[in-house]
Design a protein around this ligand. Sequence first.
Ligand code: PAN
Ligand code: ZN
Length: 185
Amino acid sequence: MSSILEPGITFINKELKGKNIDRIDRRLKNLKDIFFDKTALEKMDPETVVYEVESYFPVEHDIEGGLFYGITYIHPGTVGNEYFMTKGHFHKIRNRGEFYCTLQGEGMLILMDENRNTWAEKMYPGSIHYIKGNTAHRTANTGNTILSFSAFWPSDAGHDYATISEQGFSKILVQRQGKPELISR
Ligand code: PAN
Ligand code: ZN
C-alpha cells in the first residue's frame, strides 16, 4: 500500500512532519454488524483486512476550529454479494460536513439523511464529494483494485458509529450481474 502521509514526502509544514499520525485497519472481525449476509461472513477469514485509514490530527480531538485529514484505502472484495465497505457514521455533532476526494480506484459513496433516505454517488479518481451535515456516510469499493480517497473534516465533528451499527443504512450496495446496485434491505 503506498502512502502519501509518509513523513518527509508531502508535509509542507516541517514542524508537523511525522507527528499526530494515526493508522488503523478494520478487519472482518471488527465489522460483523455491518454486512448483510452473515452466512457468507462466517465462512471468511475474520482476519481479512477490509480497509485501512491513515489520519492526521494536527489539533486535539473535539476542539473547535481545526481540521483533520485522512486517507482511507478499501481493499477489493465482497461478503456474499455486498462490496467491502467502511462502517459508516454520522458525525457526533450532527451538522458538521466533510469533503471526500477520490484518489484511485472505483467506488460508491453511500449517504443517508436523518429520515433514513439513502442514495449514492459514484467515486472515481478526481471525483470530489461534499457531504452535508446531518448525513451518514459510508464508502464501498466496487472495483478490482484498492479504492483510496482523502477526507477533510472539522476537528470537533466526532464520530457516532453506534447509530449505524444498531440501525444500518436503509439500503445496501450489492453486486448484480457484475454491477453495483443500491437496494432496499
Ligand atoms: C473518514 C472515515 C473513514 C473510515 O475519514 O472515518 O473513511 O470510515 P469509518 O470511520 O466509517 O470506519 C471520515 O468520514 N471521517 O469523518
Ligand atoms: Zn466522517
